[in-house]
Design a protein around this ligand. Sequence first.
Ligand code: GLC
Length: 584
Amino acid sequence: MSYLRIGLLLLIAVWLLVSCKEKNTATKQTAMQNKTWWKEAVVYQIYPRSFKDSDGDGIGDIKGIISKLDYIQSLGIDAVWLNPIYESPNKDNGYDISDYRNVSKQFGSMNDFDTLLAGFHQRGIKVFMDLVVNHCSNEHPWFKEASKSRNSPYYNYFHWWPAEKGEPPYRFSIFDEKGYGWEFNKATNSYYLHYFGDFQPDLNWENPKLRQEVYDIMKFWSKKGIDGFRMDALAFIAKDTTWPALPPEYNGVWVMYYASGPHLHDYIQEMNKEVLTPYKLATVAEAMGDVPRVKKFVDEDRNELNMAYNFEAIDFGYLPNEYKMPDPQGWDLVKWKQIYKRWDSAFTEKGWGTVYLANHDQPRMVTRWGNDAPEFRELSSKMLSTFILTMRGTAFYYFGDEIGMNNIKFDKVEDYNDVELHTNYAQVKAKGGDLKRFLEGMKISSRDNGRTPMQWDSTSGAGFTLGNPWLKINPNYTTVNVAAAEANQNSALHYFRKLTTLRKANEALQYGAFTLVDADNPDVFAYTRTLNNKTFLILLNFKNKTATLKTGMDLSKGKTLLNNYGSTNASETLQPYEASVIEF
Ligand code: GLC
């Protein structure tokens, strides 16, 4: 080989090396590039109805939240998401809004709200409001007017099927006993569409006037200074108004079908231009669908939204073709890990995800994903909190989980308040199904388990109310409550505060790359979070027995920063529900 050739080869090699290095740096930069507060945030969700009642009517209210502002701040969270506080007949607890510009009288006044917002901001806490605009209440003036006559200026705010055309094309409804999404209205001789309850008529986003109304509502709250919106059922707003028959490939999977109306992303881009960008709002969407669909909402280049939920992990472990019926075989951790891996990699380059294990539509996380037996409740609750706060994605944390509240597990259907539960119960009953089996399943999965009042102390009413609570309080409030947790240095509450501090202090826990470790291990969810030269190894035993794993790392070089057993020795053998955060 001539010297010239060798020289040329060397040159090419050097060029390759340099360009690879540049590429690496570029990938690293992508993760860090667009740093924003909402990517780093821990968002604490407050279900106002169940948080704190200030006036003894048994229903939580805004003044109640105000009285707990210092507690909320003490958690070390960065933002709160308030479930709907607007005027509502409350058939779906505020997700059926009759006045978007007023606070529900049950919750207080606009003055109270302004005080609350100021109180959060004084404490450096941002506020997400719930935006429910796929539908409103049938008691909203728009619908009251629209349902009087086809000539009403509000008729086109909704979706109608004129009865002279015969039966409307089948659409499913989630809160309808017959599972039928059209309801006949005599005065207009037409059917209106409702994807949810018949008291929740769907708004017609195809009508530009309606869209302007929505943007005006958003501006109204934005001018008050709120920081963002959590967008309810947003993936469903756009519809194909030629009303084609449901395509066979969506057989039964109505969520997918409803989630992709033809102009969905045009509307969100319009909303972004009109409201989100001018008011610098952060957004998180209930964005049902698979990875490619959900990515479209949050790809920065598309100027739509910021964060999206993934439903795949939270809906895991239920029997097919039955609503939220837990699989008696339990759920497979290895498959669950793969779901997180898939959703994490969806957002490595563009977009941003969320991590959550509970909210007002879910049971308590410790019952569903951990173990609420007395010996494991606190341990597994700490383990799950460790998971939420060390994953990549904005952490959404549900009130009460910081003290390890667990499912109440009602025996009787009468104890439930929730429209979803009652609809599904009626459906099972109508089909002559096994009601006992249904109620057993709901002890694990029903939404009301996550809606029982906050347990503040051991006095009667759990420090939540002096009156009759709107939903029964979990009888374990006498021992599981904030006051007891404050007094015990080893409580889940103090552990949670350590977690928020740890996450805040370490960019690697916010932005660092996520890599599964010992991915096929059936008991342990282990992963690393790496940024620049820092690596965190997180070990979580999801089982009620001792478990071992192979990390392939020299654990003696690591420093245990947090462990729910208080252990400081990093080990590949983990106690039941043990959680460790190890720094390298
Ligand atoms: C969303 C809400 C849920 C509500 C439904 C209808 O899924 O989170 O609570 O029942 O929308 O608005």
